[in-house]
Design a protein around this ligand. Sequence first.
Ligand code: GTP
Ligand code: MG
Length: 215
Amino acid sequence: MPDVTVVLPCLNEAASLPGVLAAIPHGYTPLVVDNNSTDDTAAVARRHGAEVVVEPRPGYGSAVHAGVLAATTPIVAVIDADGSLDPRELPALVDELDHADLVIGRRRPVKGLRWPWHARLGTAAVCWRLRTRYGLLVHDIAPMRVARRQALLDLGVTDRRSGYPLELLVRAAQAGWRVVERDVTYGPRTGGRSKVSGSLRGSVHAALDFWRVIR
Ligand SMILES: Nc1nc2c(ncn2[C@@H]2O[C@H](COP(=O)(O)OP(=O)(O)OP(=O)(O)O)[C@@H](O)[C@H]2O)c(=O)[nH]1
Ligand SMILES: [Mg+2]
């Protein structure tokens, strides 16, 4: 059984967390990074058996980085805490680490999923750039990913906002990492409110962050 920490960056995800934590594979360690939530995220996480790390610096990348730093296992996984991705699909990604340095999920929407057109278009544009400029054969922006912890830290990703996963991909390409993409199921968030694609502010921030990394 590989030793894996599942980092869950959270900003007000108390509603979705119980279901997400219940789906963490047996033997994997859930680590919730609470990033200034104003709901019960931290208490709910503890009640459902997760370790909680508090990261006051705002931003998705801040939360992810704090989680990877706090993890003590050789392998780390990162997954959204909104219930849209299924932690039960993580072991299949971890298995691929035999022949890869970074294994990322490619979101395949469930039937009828509302996935805003600007989010799809943004993802497609960014991935086209990753393929043509960085030679990475990817079709999604690594919404769910697994890697070896120390190698990930050594890569030195600096973005602390929404650009984190993209910068990770760019640096992985530059470092000659073997990056493997695998289909994962993408459903609706199971509670709480959207911070990125479902919000104008979140979408504009994400687009600016993406552009900074990829231009
Ligand atoms: N720590 C932290 N996490 C964030 C921040 N913004 C988003 N997240 C987390 O990143 C993940 C993705 O954000 P979502 O709000 O689901 O964005 P989305 O997937 O575009 O939108 P939905 O369609 O509602 O799922 C979730 O687990 C959020 O809790 C942030 O500023 N800080
Ligand atoms: Mg989401």
